[in-house]
Design a protein. Structure first.
Length: 95
């Protein structure tokens, strides 16, 4: 089973805690992370160079549902988990 975590990023300043909470999860085989953004991607790209993270540039700031749909279009997982950019996952959330 492959899991794609899709994070629509409209607030890069809060997305940092979201990404950190995902990276702190217990190992999850087949995990793919996708971070979507219309702007402000450079700071996150510089800070998080984890090979499991795929950055998808959008043509501009889209509404949340359009951003999620774009994430699904790029995801390769069998299961999708949507996490807003201002949420920190509990340490064992993926277990």
């Amino acid at each position: 089973m492959k899991l794609s975590i899709i994070v629509p990023v409209g607030r890069p300043e809060t997305a940092r805690q979201t990404v950190e909470s995902i990276l702190r999860q217990a190992p999850c085989p087949g995990l793919e992370q996708i971070i979507l953004v219309g702007a402000g991607m450079n700071a996150l790209r510089e800070e998080f160079r984890d090979p499991r993270i795929q950055y998808v540039e959008l043509p501009g700031r889209l509404n949340p549902s359009a951003t999620r749909i774009a994430g699904v279009a790029h995801a390769t997982g069998d299961w999708f988990l949507f996490v807003d950019d201002d949420i920190a996952l509990a340490g064992l959330f993926l277990e």
